[in-house]
Design a protein around this ligand. Structure first.
Ligand code: ZN
Ligand code: ZN
Ligand code: ZN
Length: 341
C-alpha cells in the first residue's frame, strides 16, 4: 500500500510509492535517453492488454473491452495511489501520514497510434474534455477525495514513457495539493482586497497590452504569463469567469478544443515537437468546513497551464523556489504568434 506522508516543516504531502517501488540498485545508471518504443497496448484491438475500462465512448453499441471505441479510460497499470481501502489518517510521533488512497486513471485519447493531441481533430479533442468532466464528476461522488488533477505528459523528458500514444491522466487525491492551495489562497486574498477575480483582471490587462497574448479566439485566450517560470510557458484561460471546469457548456468545450489544438500545433511546429506537460487547475471538491469556500465562486478561475520541457530545473530553483527563465515571455508570445498552423 502506498503512503501519503506530510513534511512536518512545510506541510507538503508526498507519495511514497510502493506499486512502483524499485530496488536501490535499479537507480544505478538511470536511463537519460528515451528507450526504443515498445509495442503499444493503447491501440484499438489491444484492449485485453490494459486493465478493464472504466469509461469509453463507443459510437455504435459494442461490448466493453472490445474494439469499436473512440476514447477509453482505464486504471493505471502502476497506480501512484490505490482505490481500495480507508485513509486511516494517523500520527507517528511528530509525523503525519495516511494510506495512499486515490484514483489513477489513463485517458486514451484516440484509438489510432497518434502521439500528440495536437494531431487529433477538434471534435476528438472536445471528446477528451467531455471525458475529463464526466470522470471528475464521477470521482467527486467518492467522499474520500478532495481534488482531481488532470494532466498530460508528452514526450520522454516530460514523463511520457516509451509508448507514443496520445493519452492524459487523472489522479484523485484525498488532500488538496500544495500548488493548488497556494493559488486558491492568492486568489482569495486578491478578492478580499479588490472584490474582483485576479484572473479576470489579468485577462483584461493582457488583452489591452497584447504583448503576451498568443491567441484570442472562441471565448478563450492563450498567454505567456508575466512571471513565466519556463521558456514558452503558456496559460489558457476562459474569458468567461468560472471557478469550475466541470461546469463549462458544449460551446466552451469546442472553443477550448480549438485553442488547445492551435496552441499545441504552434508548439509542435515552431519548436520541433518539444516534450511538454499540461495541467488543468480547477476548484477543489467543496465538502467540509462550512463557510470556508464562501468566495471561491467569485475569486477563483479555472485554467490550463502548458509547460514545455526545454530547460532543466537545477540547484538554484531547488534551493530557493525561484525560477530562472532564459526567454522573456513577451519574446515567446511574439514567436508563437508568428508560427503559422
Ligand atoms: Zn498506440
Ligand atoms: Zn475570473
Ligand atoms: Zn494554475
Amino acid at each position: 500500500m502506498p503512503e501519503l506522508r506530510k513534511d512536518p516543516i512545510i506541510g507538503r504531502w508526498v507519495i511514497i510509492a510502493t506499486e512502483r517501488a524499485k530496488r536501490p540498485d535499479q537507480f544505478l545508471g538511470q536511463q537519460q535517453e528515451a528507450p526504443a518504443e515498445k509495442a503499444c497496448h493503447f491501440c484499438e484491438g489491444h484492449e485485453s492488454e490494459t486493465p478493464p475500462e472504466i469509461y469509453a465512448i463507443r459510437p455504435k453499441p459494442s461490448r466493453p473491452n472490445t474494439p469499436g471505441w473512440e476514447l477509453r479510460v482505464v486504471p493505471s497499470i502502476a497506480p501512484f495511489l490505490r482505490i481500495e481501502g480507508e485513509l486511516d489518517r494517523r500520527g507517528k510521533g511528530l509525523y503525519d501520514l495516511m494510506n495512499g488512497i486515490g484514483a489513477h486513471e489513463i485517458v486514451v485519447e484516440t484509438n489510432s497510434h497518434i502521439d500528440n493531441i495536437a494531431d487529433l481533430s477538434e471534435e476528438q479533442i472536445a471528446k477528451v474534455f467531455a471525458c475529463y468532466i464526466d470522470r471528475i464528476n464521477d470521482l467527486e461522488k467518492d467522499e474520500r477525495f478532495k481534488y482531481v488533477l488532470v494532466f498530460k505528459n508528452h514526450g520522454w523528458v516530460a514523463g511520457g514513457g516509451s509508448v507514443k500514444h496520445s493519452r492524459s491522466q487523472l489522479i484523485a487525491t484525498p488532500v488538496n495539493p500544495k500548488r493548488v492551495k497556494e493559488e486558491l489562497a492568492g486568489s482569495r486574498f486578491y478578492y478580499e482586497y479588490h472584490e474582483r477575480c485576479v484572473f479576470c483582471d489579468l485577462i483584461k490587462q493582457e488583452l489591452q497590452s497584447k504583448e503576451r497574448v498568443i491567441l484570442d479566439i472562441d471565448g478563450f485566450i492563450a498567454v505567456t504569463p508575466f512571471a513565466a517560470r519556463f521558456p514558452f510557458e503558456i496559460w489558457i484561460l476562459p474569458k468567461k469567469h468560472s471557478c469550475n471546469f466541470t461546469s463549462i457548456d458544449q460551446a466552451s468545450r469546442s472553443g477550448l478544443s480549438s485553442i488547445i489544438k492551435r496552441v499545441l500545433s504552434k508548439l509542435k511546429k515552431g519548436l520541433n515537437d518539444p516534450p511538454y506537460n499540461y495541467i488543468l487547475h480547477t476548484a477543489p471538491f467543496r465538502r467540509e468546513k462550512v463557510g470556508y469556500w464562501k468566495s471561491i465562486d467569485y475569486d477563483y478561475h479555472w485554467h490550463i497551464e502548458i509547460m514545455p520541457r526545454l530547460t532543466r530545473v537545477a540547484g538554484f530553483e531547488w534551493g530557493t523556489g525561484f525560477y530562472i527563465c532564459p526567454l522573456p515571455p513577451e519574446d515567446a508570445a511574439k514567436f508563437l504568434r508568428e508560427v503559422e498552423t
